[in-house]
Design a protein around this ligand. Structure first.
Ligand code: PDD
Length: 286
């Protein structure tokens, strides 16, 4: 029975959360063989949906999972249908596609139907006051694989990194690969030094984030264009401001890193501009 306000989507069916079931032989469960996407929804409108769905369709092609909904338009209808079934105005919408259920062999199965699972959670919007207080961050060597551009559901490194952050009372873990900042456990990184915003090079080491792409547009509008370049660990630690961006966390000021203050230990003017621009674009304030 469908209960409005909590339905999830699983392989063509709308189901109450607790009734969604997949095979224990699903390759997502056995191998982590799948990809996912997270889309923020404000006032029931999926935010920057095309960018998210284009990245997701691109990810399906990268891992050679056939697209069960034939491109962005088909997915967009499904996303809106899910949003409309929920009780919340502001949502965090999750889509997962795996290669499907098949006997356990590492190589692709001859026959398998992709599994499509979608749900949304309520999205809490921070107040301006709380956002401006900032949050703690910690760092760790980047021990992940070298295809960070793929939004893989194999998230063990992100899980371990995020738990390390939680153990240190921090909001996000920032990975550093051989002395160069890559990204957060589930976010992109921006720094500001002497008024110049920088973010890591968008190559296979990191996810091309949708939120950071919007932050860049906001920054350009206020005359602070973002440069993409390798950011050395020392530059991260010496930055005036450090920020992380993601669809779930939006834009976060990191005001202490590994227990030491970032800049003067308060969120700064670059964050204030990006935060305001993001809130304006989203149409929602906490
Ligand atoms: N994570 N880098 C990584 C490793 C991520 O997992 C994410 C997002 C980002 C930011 O991407 P975007 O701005 O497009 O959300 C960068 C999602 C939100 C998650 O795993 O829940």
């Amino acid at each position: 029975m469908n209960i409005p306000g909590s339905d999830v989507y699983l392989n063509g069916e709308w189901l109450p959360r607790g009734e969604a079931r997949v095979s224990a032989f699903d390759r997502g469960f056995i191998f982590g063989d799948g990809i996912y996407e997270v889309i923020p929804v404000y006032n029931r409108k999926p935010f920057l949906m095309d960018r998210h769905l284009e990245r997701m369709v691109d990810n399906l092609a990268k891992v050679k999972i056939p697209d069960p909904h034939g491109g962005v338009e088909g997915w967009a209808k499904l996303v809106q249908a899910l949003v409309d079934r929920q009780a919340f105005e502001n949502q965090k919408l999750y889509i997962q596609i795996t290669r499907g259920a098949a006997p356990r062999l590492h190589s692709f199965p001859d026959k398998a139907e992709p599994t499509v699972f979608m749900f949304t959670d309520e999205m809490m919007i921070l107040s301006d006051e709380r956002a401006k207080e900032g949050f703690k961050g910690v760092t760790m060597p980047d021990f992940r694989w070298l295809r960070g551009d793929i939004k893989s559901i194999s998230l063990l490194a992100a899980v371990l990194g995020s738990e390390h952050a939680r153990q240190h009372d921090a909001t996000e873990l920032i990975f550093i690969r051989e002395g160069i900042v890559t990204e957060g456990a589930s976010s992109n990184v921006l720094i500001c030094k002497d008024g110049q915003l920088s973010s890591p090079v968008t190559d296979r080491r990191i996810l091309p984030g949708v939120t950071v792409s919007l932050a860049e547009e906001v920054a350009a509008k206020v005359g602070m264009p973002v440069e993409h370049r390798d950011i050395a660990e020392g530059e991260l630690r010496a930055a005036d401001e450090v920020m992380i961006t993601s669809s779930g966390k939006e834009i976060v000021a990191i005001v202490s890193l590994d227990g030491k203050p970032v800049g003067d230990g308060k969120s700064g003017p670059a964050f204030a501009k990006l935060w305001d621009g993001y809130r304006e674009a989203s149409g929602v304030r906490g």
